[in-house]
Write a protein that binds this ligand. Structure first.
Ligand SMILES: [Zn+2]
Ligand SMILES: [Zn+2]
Length: 369
């Protein structure tokens, strides 16, 4: 079997579309024909060599497509099922058994080793040359790929796969952080630092929860305009002086009950801690590279402020993603407004637009359903 895949041959390089051989699915795997894939900041971290996965490699961790073939023990999926591929977990470690699969002890291996779950075999090859993949056990930047049945979620046939490709990481993380960690009450004040996909998904979840005011902070005015149209009651450009004081004033003086840090920069995390009220919670979901440090004033935390992070919205993907898709279908999560589509071969342009802030969620169109 052959796939057309966006391959990265060296750290900090450019993607090229190449033809690769794809292995047969193992007993617990599925072979998926990829229709669309979201691109996320983590793919850019991978491009730039911040994970152990060697080159040449195929990344992509927000795949949406159609099941082609299933492994010998897979009973939950069958060929023809429309699916999305999400965050992988082992299902057997203490964290998974306790219901905290996003903290799976096998996660680093499953996401970034380049190997399939058995730890030794590869999804792709090119002649005798190994190609590393199984990125988040999916490597969705390929037209045909292997995933674990466990991280492959059936979705309704009638929902467009090129919109659902935004859900597995970005929408899941933002909405999950609000619904599972911050858990705001109606009338709570809510602050979003960063209005990319994760920040906007969190903002939409906060609006659904009845938060008021909802204050969006970003450095891009166009993104702030979008945030306002999605439900932000106030916006603040982070380049303005006195951002913290302004946000606290808008939140009623004592600070906000909830804040989502989805920018992934130290200044935003520090500000996120400073804008919450005593006993408020600031949740970090922005993805920073290893070694990035933040300075906090100790007394801000002493005043009952809760500062915590979360991975992938603390979500159980098999139950939470179908729930989010139901909310989307009810018209209450207009994710299509965040998405801009690109052809598979335009992946380098898509990433450039993402990093320039002109595209919120880039989704590659890779195949047809
Ligand atoms: Zn586990
Ligand atoms: Zn991601």
């Amino acid at each position: 079997m052959q796939a057309r895949a966006a391959v990265m041959s060296e750290p900090h390089g450019r993607w090229t579309i190449e033809t690769l051989e794809v292995a047969e699915p193992g007993p617990q795997e599925v072979l998926v024909r990829v229709v669309a894939s979201g691109i996320c900041q983590t793919d850019v971290h991978a491009r730039d060599g911040f994970f152990p996965i060697p080159c040449p490699a195929v990344y992509g961790h927000e795949g949406a497509g159609v099941v082609e073939r299933v492994g010998s023990v897979v009973t939950t999926l069958q060929p023809g099922d429309h699916v999305i591929m999400a965050n992988p977990s082992c299902g057997a470690c203490p964290e998974c058994l306790a219901g905290f699969e996003t903290y799976c002890s096998q996660a680093p291996k499953l996401k970034q080793s380049g190997y399939r779950a058995d730890g030794t075999s590869l999804s792709f090859s090119r002649g005798q040359e190994p190609i590393y993949g199984s990125f988040f056990q999916q490597s969705s930047f390929a037209s045909l790929t292997l995933a674990m049945a466990r991280n492959t979620i059936r979705v309704p046939d009638e929902v467009p796969l090129d919109i659902l490709a935004a859900f597995p990481c970005g929408v899941n993380t933002g909405a999950g952080a609000v619904m599972h960690v911050l858990k705001p009450h109606p009338g709570d004040s809510y602050v979003a630092f960063g209005t990319g996909t994760v920040g906007c998904a969190g903002l939409l979840a906060a609006k659904l929860a009845g938060c008021d005011p909802i204050i969006a902070v970003d450095v891009f005015d166009e993104r702030l305009a979008l945030a306002r149209s999605l439900g932000a009651t106030h916006t603040v450009n982070a380049k303005e002086p006195q951002v913290v004081n302004e946000v606290r004033r808008l939140a009623g003086g004592r600070g906000a009950q909830c804040c989502l840090e989805a920018a992934g920069v130290p200044e935003a995390l520090r500000a996120a801690v400073e804008v919450i009220a005593p006993r408020g919670t600031a949740c970090l979901v922005g993805s920073a590279r290893a070694g990035v440090e933040v300075h906090l004033e100790m007394r801000t935390i002493q005043q009952g402020r809760i500062v915590r992070g979360c991975v992938q919205g603390d979500s159980e993907v098999q139950t939470f993603l179908p729930r989010l898709i139901d909310i989307y279908r009810a018209g209450q999560l207009p994710i299509e407004r965040l998405v801009r589509h690109y052809p598979h071969a335009a992946i380098n342009d898509a990433v450039a637009d993402m990093l320039a802030g002109t595209t919120i969620k880039a989704v590659l169109r890779i195949g047809t359903a």
